[in-house]
Design a protein around this ligand. Structure first.
Ligand code: SAM
Length: 300
């Protein structure tokens, strides 16, 4: 099994509008599919890639190209590292959000509801809180909020109370035990869909994904040259809403800031009005592409 098949690869590269002498940033290296797509378009340009995951860092070592620099870090800090390399402004930034297929496929990482072991879900295994700690220690109220907000689960309160009740007898220790405990909350014949939402919610909480995305986006206008491109691929509506708002208004919540004369102030403008989604052929070939939405914006 490969590390990860890049999603919407050609569309992302087109969105970046690569200049051979440009400086580009891949914020989510993963298995390097997009980085490998960017490099051939560069002449004496450069590519700076980031990923917080140690397995991705090992993949990055396979790219031997003087124009390529990898940094293992949360993408929150990308501007600090660019400054370290004496780069202030770049021509394009790509973010292919979320987890890689490698994360899901590796049962030891505890991302998949089919895995036998502990629910871990940390992209960065040096960070502190695992999904197991969350289900064993968060209050029912806090769990309700997470399932409602990050999983958009209609019976969030019921599942949270069920979890809090079940762990009183014995703390959770593995994924199958957790799934058994919440089986009574799952709508009939929609068990997988339900579990996908529960696991998505826990993963977002473990990695603080939405807050990190908001903070990263607010730094993008400070790092892009005029005319520089931001390309983002998201995989669920919570992320996509933040990206869409930010590209339109410069604010993750979408509130429009105006100048003294009432003209809207926005650091970016969307290049395409609607998100690009994969075609049937790509989805057939890679089912993980099915929820992808790609958006492109340009620095004003
Ligand atoms: C969907 S995968 C990227 C796949 C990649 N484009 C490819 O073609 O192989 C997302 C990657 O982003 C990384 N990631 C997610 N959030 C991150 C963050 N806040 N900082 C750094 N890396 C992050 C994950 O570890 C994962 O490897």
């Amino acid at each position: 099994m490969g590390y990860h098949k890049p999603v919407l690869l050609n569309e992302s590269i087109e969105g970046l509008n690569i200049r051979p002498d440009g400086v580009y940033v891949d914020l989510t290296f993963g298995g390097g599919g997009h980085s490998r797509g960017i490099l051939p378009g560069l002449g004496d340009g450069r590519l700076f890639a980031f990923d917080q995951d140690a397995d991705a860092a090992a993949e990055a070592e396979k790219i031997r190209d003087a124009r390529f620099v990898f940094t293992r870090s949360n993408f929150l800090f990308f501007r600090n590292f660019l400054r370290y390399y004496n780069i202030n402004l770049v021509d394009g930034i790509l973010a292919d959000l979320g987890v890689s297929s490698h994360h899901i496929d590796d049962p030891g990482r505890g991302f998949s509801f089919n895995a036998p072991g502990q629910p871990d879900m940390r992209m960065n295994r040096n960070s502190s809180v695992t999904a197991l700690e969350i289900i064993n220690s968060y209050s029912a109220e806090k769990l309700t909020g997470i399932f409602r907000e990050y999983g958009e689960i209609s019976n969030a309160g019921k599942v949270a109370r069920t979890i809090a009740g079940a762990r009183e007898t014995r703390p959770f220790s593995d994924i199958p035990g957790f799934i058994d405990a919440i089986a009574s909350c799952m709508p009939a014949r929609q068990e997988n869909k339900y579990l996908a939402k529960i696991f998505q919610a826990l993963r977002i909480e473990v990695n603080n994904e939405l807050a990190v995305l908001r903070q990263m986006l607010t730094q993008v206008p400070l790092a892009l040259k005029e005319g520089g491109r931001l390309v983002v691929i998201s995989y669920h509506s919570l992320e996509d809403r933040i990206v869409k708002n930010f590209m339109r208004t410069g604010k993750p919540e979408g509130d429009i800031e105006k100048d003294f004369y009432g003209n809207p102030l926005a650091p970016l403008k969307p290049v395409i009005r609607k998100a690009i989604v994969p075609g049937a052929e790509e989805i057939n070939d890679n089912k993980r592409a099915r929820s992808a939405r790609l958006r492109v914006a340009e620095r004003n």
